[in-house]
Write a protein that binds this ligand. Structure first.
Ligand SMILES: O=C(O)CCC(=O)C(=O)O
Length: 253
């Protein structure tokens, strides 16, 4: 059991990505931003002050590899229990000198329910996250509050007295119970702050991006049996749930 993930609601894994993997992911993310241009992220959602990419599983196997990393899955299992799936794979880059500041939120506005936690997010740092460039802020312990900050706080965009900035070197990963109050902050530097998000949900929730429909057949054909299970390709309940809401938007986001 990871104590930080349990009690604080998140754990930072410094230097988690080997250098070659970090470079591969960075290169592909930059290529996709260049290829997609103005259209980047439009399949899902746009956000002022940021560049976004959506549906990354369809765009390169490396993003599925990230989401299927065994150490990461052990931590996700701690949050979501034995049965969970990938919900979406996206990228988010806080633009230089921009207001990429987000209100404190819980992903998809979801609170733990009678079955427990239902969402977990992994933020892969492709650049250093610093106090100046739009690092993630979190309010430790709030995953147990049963409250949605957008409802509970008078001003969810304001600094919270208990918030902490999650800073770290490029290649680090943050595994976060996504019921934790969190949000990106403003980037006051002249460089992009890039991240990939691997987002997971419990078995009984719809995927945020319905993988079976969004992944090209050729990509599905190349998945390993474990990846197929993780992406819920052969899961009739997921077909039912995700067909009903094939591309949910709203905070994680
Ligand atoms: O990229 C980040 O720093 C976190 C963004 C986030 O929390 C979100 O988009 O829901």
């Amino acid at each position: 059991m990871n104590q930080s993930l349990e009690s604080e609601g998140f754990v930072l894994l410094p230097g988690f990505m080997p250098e070659a993997l970090l470079e591969r992911v960075r290169r592909r993310v930059d290529e996709l931003y260049a290829e997609e241009g103005d259209q980047a992220g439009t399949e899902f959602r746009l956000e002022p002050g940021t560049r976004r990419l959506a549906n990354l599983g369809a765009k390169d196997p490396v993003f599925v590899e990230l989401a299927a990393n065994a150490t990461i899955l052990t931590l996700v299992r701690q949050v979501l229990g034995e049965r969970f799936k990938v919900s979406s794979m996206n990228a988010r880059s806080a633009n230089p000198q921009s207001n990429s500041h987000q209100p404190l939120h819980v992903d998809q506005g979801l609170l733990p329910d009678e079955r427990g936690n239902s969402v977990c997010n992994v933020v892969w740092m492709l650049d250093d996250f610093t106090a100046e460039n739009g690092a993630l802020r979190v309010v430790p312990g709030t995953h147990k509050s049963g409250l949605n900050p957008v409802v509970a706080l008078a001003d969810p965009a304001a600094a919270h007295p208990d918030e902490v900035l999650v800073t770290g070197q490029a290649g680090s990963a943050v595994v976060m119970n996504a019921h934790l109050w969190h949000g990106g902050t403003a980037n006051r530097t002249n460089a992009h702050r890039r991240a990939v998000h691997s987002f997971y949900c419990r078995w009984d929730k719809p995927q945020q991006q319905y993988q079976k429909r969004l992944l090209p057949q050729a990509v599905i054909a190349r998945l390993t049996p474990e990846q197929r299970t993780l992406l819920a390709i052969d899961d009739p309940l997921n077909d039912e749930l995700s067909t009903a809401s094939p591309n949910m938007s709203g905070f994680l986001r």
